[in-house]
Write a protein that binds this ligand. Sequence first.
Ligand code: ADP
Length: 451
Amino acid sequence: MFQRILVANRGEIALRVIRACKDLGIEVVAVFSEADREAPYLALADEAICIGPGPSVESYLKIPHLISAAEISNVQAIHPGYGFLSENPHFAEVCRDCKIEFIGPPPEAMRLLGNKNEARKLAQKAGVPVVPGSEGLITDDQEALRLAHAMGYPVLIKAAAGGGGRGMRVARNDISLQTGLKAAQQEAQNAFKDGSVYLEKYIEQPRHIEVQLLGDRHGNIIHLWERDCSLQRRHQKLVEESPAPNLPESVRTAICESAVRLAKAANYSNAGTCEFLLDRNNQFYFIEVNARIQVEHPVTELVTGIDLVREQIRIAAGEPLRWQQKDIRQQGSAIECRINAEDSANAFRPSPGRITRWVAPGGPGVRLDSHACEGYQVPPNYDSLVAKLLVHQPTRAEAVACMSRALAEFRVEGIHTTIPLHREIFRHSAFMAGQVDTTFIERHWQKDRQS
Ligand code: ADP
């Protein structure tokens, strides 16, 4: 096992990894940008190293700075968290060349799955259903028009290198397809330095169901059941839960087995997530693999009782998986709310600044993963997640009630957060009945607000 690990990340996931290391008796080195100098979790690490100025391109995304920090501090492994360099195969290769273990999948699997178009092809080969769409990348407008006519509108233009909901455009007719193609290519080029796009049939009001995977370096891969992440705003998840409500058992099993087949086809190891859309006839389609730990991983930890971050570390150290598929049970119901520093009443505008009051919820069945506290200054430089509020209860109805109670207890002042929106969601009859699709927020909230 490793004696010392470096966490190449910040915020709540840096704290999450620090905690996992402490639980395993491993020393941990944190890194920080100048904007995060005062972050309280840095004091919990055995060492903290400044890796550059606030902008992430000059710090958290700067491979030479991270590798230098790892070498100076004499670590054997790097945990990349999520975002930043977590899905960058080049970073994983540099780690390998420097004889530092990268806590994640092998770079070859990452490269293969990181391109959505390649991942689609692999899924098809593995017999996993994909959303109907183009065979490969779209190179000219005429071809796009032909395809769209064959599939029928609406279609979705997607960036092959896309992520975080960026580089996606819905087209409902020829004109919006032509203008959308240009816009999506441009957006993808700017965001990912890769302007290639492909087409998918746009599934109307789908649910987003994803499967947590865990594989060791000895060829064993299991799933840890599904999460329902249908409650989104502009393709960004807001609420996640497990098990997915109102999902027929046969569909649940088929989705989970498909995810394992795909992971095996990619020679995958470590933690990963296979994402699917479910249409109104409960037909499921693969959309992408996230080759890293995800924000919403604690939902699965609560229902399965397995600490995913600790397992990631054990797997990277070469240990075999400690479970077989039949050992993995989903117990009770777990739900997560993402608490972002955003003004949900005002077009979800970012709301950085100093937190003047922070009263955290607690009590039975409540888990709060957060790096924030009273007096903490939320920097404007990074994503706006300040806390993940989770509950775990025997049934979904109890989990919903417990979350409402926890949200009522949670007081944050000085910045705006998404807590008020979550309070409303947990009172909504459709949500309470488990009737959510990816357009829920748009249909019930966004129209009445300036967004
Ligand atoms: P990203 O990598 O940017 O997060 P994904 O491919 O994971 O993109 O898709 C994110 C979200 O976009 C999905 O959860 C869903 O809400 C929506 N989406 C993606 N593909 C489709 C599709 N073909 N039809 C309808 N919605 C889609």
